[in-house]
Design a protein. Sequence first.
Lengths: 251, 251
Amino acid sequence: MKITLLGAGKLGKQLYRAFVNTPEINLVQWYDRSALSKESPEGIPIITSLSEIQETNLYLLSISDDALVEVANKLPSTSFVVHTAGSVPMDAIPQKRRGVFYPLQSFSENQVIDFSTIPIGIESTDEKDTAMLMQLAHLMGGRPQNLSSNQRETLHLSAVLVNNFTNHLLTHAAKLCASQNLSFELLRPLLIETVRKTEQLKPHEAQTGPALRNDQKTIHRHLERIYDPALKNIYKTLTTSIQTYYENEKL
Amino acid sequence: MKITLLGAGKLGKQLYRAFVNTPEINLVQWYDRSALSKESPEGIPIITSLSEIQETNLYLLSISDDALVEVANKLPSTSFVVHTAGSVPMDAIPQKRRGVFYPLQSFSENQVIDFSTIPIGIESTDEKDTAMLMQLAHLMGGRPQNLSSNQRETLHLSAVLVNNFTNHLLTHAAKLCASQNLSFELLRPLLIETVRKTEQLKPHEAQTGPALRNDQKTIHRHLERIYDPALKNIYKTLTTSIQTYYENEKL
């Protein structure tokens, strides 16, 4: 399978590493607008201009949502062009042969991702092209899954809750701990248990705490203890949401 | 060490199990207001009235925050009385010899907790009594830690963020997934990575996502996708808080 990878951001770098480590994948070129060298350490030609691009089976765009359409527009109209974005519809790609290859994970700069645990959302307009993306995911050892644009965008939104928002809650918790000379590590067993519990129970069954019990005394004490207005807002909003959720459930 | 355990809620049951499984701990009586039998399966006398209570080294109250002071008031004024609540000050206990023994974990009804991983916040007015609580925690295999009432209440608030609020975010994510016939399990690798990352990075360093990037297009698309007004509020509140947090950091 001849592939061109476009983009060298966090995900682009992870895909590059996975591709060069998979003998069945022939990475023909790597497009990196701001590259300084013409070849990667593994001997893959790097191009900085789309005018140098060669023909391959698949152009995989790992490029910021905003620049994605612009780059796709510069690729041959008959090519198979695929993006990797969570919240961009497949139809944003102008080519007739278009698709999506969306690995659902939070990627860091300095970390080698093991794709074998990662769900990869696949979408395409054509059965054969879908099969090609499935094969690519399998070759990388990933777990492909057919997802419509609609499903993928909902999954991406869910991922924001699970990853970005949870991480921000942890940020506030760490800040609170630091303010009282407490190690954040004191919270780790609880954090691990919070995640583990959802293996046995649905998250809505695992809910506990002052908001669920409508324990006004504790809620009041907590709010008195919060000086950061942003955290105060978070506390009130989530407490209200928990209460509304379980009141509606009773109806 | 002669102990009286008061209360048979989620935590009370876990403490009971840990005590009867520790030969060095002599659990003299178990107070359970609504018990039907006079003896536990392990042969511990169960009392339903405080008038039957015997003298021991330590009265451990695992009782709801609201009922705690009332029960403590009925115990001998010279006894050592200790509560297990996260957000009740130690001085709520009227006895001169008072203390706190606060295991930081989320307890479920049908699950045997391994105390060896659990931080236990210890507080008391007297050095010898503190030592007794430390010893009790050690005997159970727990990880005791001196915490002032102030520290403990901040830790309890942090635990609400880490456990209750995170779990509610997961509840909304699961609901979104269900609305599009997506398995919640698709999110598990991301959830595990979210937690794992905080072992290497501070939570505030691990932040990613549309709020941090100020990616208005994606934020707008997400808000359009949310029909639940409570979740819409959560999304807006957390997005604003993330943006405020990192703007202030730049200053």
